[in-house]
Design a protein around this ligand. Structure first.
Ligand SMILES: Nc1ncnc2c1ncn2[C@@H]1O[C@H](COP(=O)(O)OP(=O)(O)O)[C@@H](O)[C@H]1O
Ligand SMILES: [Mg+2]
Length: 512
C-alpha cells in the first residue's frame, strides 16, 4: 500500500484533455519526479492533488484511505503542501507574517508573531533553510523567497511536499542548495514530488521518475535503472521518419545568418543564449531540437526583432539587420510564425480579413493616398486567401477569435507566406493542432523549401524536426550542442543525449 496513490485521474479543460487516466504513487522518504514537456499535464495533476481542481474521474488515497480533497485548505489538513511555479508571498510583509497569514489565530497577534518567529527559527535551523523570520520578503533574493515558501509549508506540518518547477527561477548554486534541503526532507521521512522538464537535474535528485506526455502517462522508472537519453526518448516519443517523397535540397546562398548571439537574464544573471551561431541557406530547413525552455523563444524573438541580444549579429540575405525594426526585417523577406499565435501572431478581436493584412495594410492596394484603408481590396484579398489556404470560415468579416486553432494557424500562414518570403522562422508551428492542420503546416514549410526559401524550424517535437529538417541543431541551456545531418542520418540516441545536455558534438561546419 503506497503512502499516496492517485488512480486513473482524468481532467479536461474544454477541448484539452490535460490528464487522461493517470496513475501515480509516492512513498515517504522518496523524491518522485514528474517529468514532461510544457503542457504535458504535470501542474494539472498536482493542482488536483492540492485541491485546486476537482478531477473528472479518478481516486486519491492516502495511506490506503480514499480522500476527497476539495480545497487547498483540505490538502493542508491532510498534511499536503504545494509550492507553485509562481510564488504567492506578499512582498511588503515579513517572513513570519507571510507564514502565519491565513492560519487560524487563537491568541493575540503579538503573541502569535513571537511564537511564530520562534517556531520558524527552529524549522529553519533544523533543515538549514537559513531564513531570518523578521526579514521583509521584498528584500530577499528569489532563492531565499523559495525557501520561505518551503518553510511556510513545513510550518503547517506536512508529510508530502509538491514542488512545481522549483528550479526554473534558480541559479545553479541555488539549485544545489535546494537539492540539499530536499534530501534533508526525505531523510526526515517526508514524501517529495518534484516537477521539472530538465533531464540532468531530474537524474540528480530523483528516486523515481514518472514521464507524462500530452496528458498521458508514458511510464515510471527508478532513477537508478534509467538514463537521461531514455527519459528524453520517453518525453518526446519515437521519430516517424521522413515526410513523404522529398527532393534533396538545392542548397544555395545563406539567407539567414545568426552570429555569436548571447543574452543574459537581467534578474538572475543566468545566461539565456550562449554564443549561438547558425546559418540557413536557400532551399534548406534547419531544425532546432531541444526540450522547451532552453532559449528557443528568446532566439526566435531576437531573429524577429522583438528583443535585442547583448552580443552578436543577425543577417538576412547578407544584410545586417541586427538593429533593424521588426517591420524592416519583414520588408527584407522575413516571415514569422510565433509559438503563441493567439498572443503574438493574431489580433483575436479583429476579423480574418483584417488579420490577413496586418503586415501590408500600409501599402497599396490596401492603402489609398497613404491613409485610407481600401475595403474592397481587403475583402478581395481575404476571399482569395481563404480559398487558397482552405480556411474554414464563412466570411472574411468573422472575428479570428471564433476560429478553431487549426484555422487560426492557417490565417497566420496565409499572411506570412504571401509575398514569397526569403526566410521563414517557424516556432512550434503545430502546437495544439489536430493531425489535418499539422499536415497542412508541414506542407507549407516543404513548399517554401521547394521554392528555395530558407526555414528555421524551432520545435520541441522531435518527430516534427526529424521529418522536415535537412540539418538539425540541438539547443541546451542556451547553447548549440551540435549540428547533425537531418533525415535518416540522425542518430536518435545521440540527439537525445545532446538534448539532455549530456553530450556535446563539435559542429561539422555550417553545411553538409
Ligand atoms: N485552467 C485551465 N484552463 C484551460 N486549460 C488549461 C488549464 N490548466 C491547464 N490547461 C491546459 O492543460 C494542458 C496541461 O497543462 P499543465 O498541466 O499546465 O501542463 P504542464 O504543467 O505539464 O506544463 C495544457 O494544454 C494547458 O493549456
Ligand atoms: Mg506546469
Amino acid at each position: 500500500m503506497a503512502f499516496l496513490e492517485m488512480k486513473n485521474i482524468s481532467k479536461r479543460f474544454g477541448d484539452v484533455q490535460a490528464n487522461r487516466g493517470i496513475c501515480f504513487a509516492v512513498e515517504r522518504g522518496e523524491v518522485h519526479t514528474l517529468l514532461g514537456e510544457n503542457g504535458a499535464g504535470k501542474t494539472t495533476l498536482m493542482n488536483i492533488l492540492y485541491g485546486l481542481y476537482a478531477p473528472d474521474e479518478g481516486e486519491i488515497r492516502l495511506s490506503g484511505k480514499p480522500v476527497n480533497i476539495t480545497s487547498p485548505h483540505k490538502a493542508i489538513e491532510l498534511r499536503i503542501g504545494m509550492i507553485h511555479q509562481h510564488f504567492m508571498l506578499i512582498p511588503n510583509l515579513s517572513v513570519a507574517e507571510n507564514i502565519v497569514l491565513g492560519l487560524p489565530s487563537r491568541r493575540p497577534p503579538l503573541l502569535m508573531r513571537r511564537e511564530a518567529e520562534r517556531g520558524i527559527g527552529e524549522i529553519s535551523r533544523k533543515y538549514q533553510l537559513d531564513v531570518d523570520p523578521k526579514a521583509l520578503i521584498c528584500q530577499l533574493p528569489v532563492g531565499t523567497q523559495q525557501r520561505v515558501e518551503i518553510l511556510k509549508a513545513l510550518y503547517r506540518k506536512i508529510d508530502l511536499l509538491i514542488l512545481d518547477e522549483p528550479t526554473s527561477v534558480l541559479t545553479p548554486l541555488e539549485v544545489e542548495s535546494l537539492f540539499k534541503i530536499i534530501r534533508r526532507l526525505i531523510k526526515d521521512g517526508l514524501a517529495v514530488i518534484f516537477i521539472s522538464h530538465k533531464l540532468n537535474e531530474v537524474m540528480k535528485i530523483s528516486d523515481r521518475i514518472t514521464v507524462l506526455k500530452q496528458g498521458q502517462l508514458v511510464g515510471t522508472k527508478m532513477a537508478a535503472e534509467t538514463s537521461a537519453s531514455d527519459l528524453a526518448n520517453m518525453m518526446v516519443g519515437k521519430p516517424v521518419g521522413l515526410a513523404g517523397a522529398r527532393n534533396s535540397p538545392r542548397i544555395g546562398r545563406p539567407l539567414l545568418q545568426v552570429r555569436n548571439i548571447s543574452v543574459t537574464n537581467r534578474r538572475s544573471h543566468k545566461p539565456i543564449l550562449r554564443n549561438v551561431s547558425l546559418e540557413v541557406r536557400e532551399g534548406e530547413v534547419l531544425g532546432i531540437a531541444g526540450v522547451d525552455g532552453n532559449g528557443q523563444d528568446e532566439l526566435a524573438e531576437i531573429i524577429a526583432g522583438l528583443r535585442s541580444g547583448e552580443e552578436g549579429e543577425i543577417l538576412i540575405d547578407g544584410v545586417d539587420v541586427t538593429r533593424s525594426s521588426p517591420s524592416r526585417r519583414i520588408n527584407m523577406g522575413l516571415a514569422y510564425i510565433p509559438s503563441d499565435r493567439q498572443r503574438v501572431g493574431l489580433i483575436l478581436g479583429l476579423s480574418v480579413s483584417e488579420n490577413l493584412i496586418l503586415k501590408t495594410f500600409k501599402r497599396p492596394p490596401f492603402c489609398v493616398h497613404g491613409y485610407f484603408l481600401h475595403r474592397q481590396a481587403m475583402i478581395a484579398n481575404s476571399e482569395a486567401m481563404i480559398k487558397a489556404f482552405d480556411i474554414k470560415v464563412e466570411k472574411g468579416m468573422t472575428k479570428v477569435v471564433m476560429l478553431s486553432g487549426g484555422n487560426q494557424q492557417k490565417v497566420v500562414l496565409a499572411r506570412e507566406m504571401t509575398g514569397k518570403p526569403l526566410v521563414l522562422l517557424a516556432v512550434q508551428p503545430t502546437r495544439g493542432l489536430d493531425i489535418g492542420a499539422t499536415k497542412y503546416v508541414h506542407q507549407c514549410i516543404l513548399d517554401h523549401r521547394e521554392r528555395g526559401g530558407a526555414t528555421l524550424l524551432i520545435s520541441t517535437e522531435l518527430d516534427e524536426i526529424l521529418a522536415l529538417s535537412d540539418r538539425v541543431a540541438v539547443i541546451y541551456e542556451g547553447g548549440i550542442m551540435g549540428i547533425l545531418a537531418g533525415g535518416e542520418g540522425v542518430d536518435l540516441e545521440e540527439t537525445s543525449l545532446m538534448m539532455a545536455g549530456a553530450k556535446k558534438r563539435e559542429s561539422r561546419g555550417s553545411t553538409s
